[in-house]
Design a protein around this ligand. Structure first.
Ligand SMILES: [Fe+2]
Length: 212
């Protein structure tokens, strides 16, 4: 037997890092904000550029540096990526956030600000499986253990909401939060990013720049 199974393509990886600053201070600043409830969904901060608060300047720099390292490591590009909008959500018992993705953004991220062991995870959906595999042969019975191709066959990847951890993923990756069964609130900061103009390659005719 000379079978080979060679991985071809996969989505950009999930970036994960841990905030080493004072998470209790971040919790305090976030809790001072106004939140609006969203009819069964989690509530969202009125401030949609929350990382621009002067009290969070250290955190914003920390996240920006991580985004820069991600792009350098994954795409081998040394380019400034700006955090565009950023907001906070609070998920209480019985609340959820249905699957969605973020338009007008390059990479999106979530920082877990406050959680407990039974807080719901962040669930990311495999959005390259559907365009590549037309048939699903799974009959409801899992008769073999997962192997090294789990990242190909899995439909969902769950991220535990560890306080202080920051995750980064392509903005078009669908993601959501299942209904919370926890009696403790779950607080996150979410953010979008966009490459600073100009970017692209003039000779490849894909340069993006301001024409003002
Ligand atoms: Fe989101």
């Amino acid at each position: 037997m000379f079978d080979q199974y060679i991985n071809m393509f996969s989505p950009p990886p999930l970036g994960v890092t841990q905030f080493t600053g004072d998470i209790k201070y971040v919790q305090k600043i976030i809790k001072e904000n106004q939140f609006e409830s969203n009819g069964g969904w989690n509530s969202i901060s009125n401030d949609k550029c929350i990382l621009d608060l002067p009290e969070l300047v250290t955190l914003k720099t920390y996240i920006s540096d991580f985004v820069h390292r991600y792009v350098l490591k994954v795409f081998r590009i040394n380019h400034k990526i700006d955090i565009t909008q950023s907001w906070s959500t609070i998920t209480n018992n019985g609340e959820e956030h249905p699957d969605h993705f973020h338009v007008n953004s390059y990479l999106s991220g979530v920082m877990f600000v406050k959680s407990s062991e039974d807080s719901p995870p962040l669930s990311l959906q495999n959005n390259i499986k559907v365009p590549t595999i037309s048939l699903d042969l799974f009959d409801g019975n899992q008769n073999l253990p997962q192997n090294e191709f789990a990242s190909v066959t899995a439909t969902t990847f769950s991220v535990a909401p560890v306080e202080g951890s920051i995750v980064l993923f392509p903005s078009l990756t669908p993601h959501g939060v299942s209904k919370s069964k926890s009696n403790d609130e779950r607080i996150i900061i979410a953010f979008n990013t966009f490459p600073r103009l100009p970017f692209g390659c003039k000779n490849e005719t894909n340069l993006v720049m301001s024409r003002i």
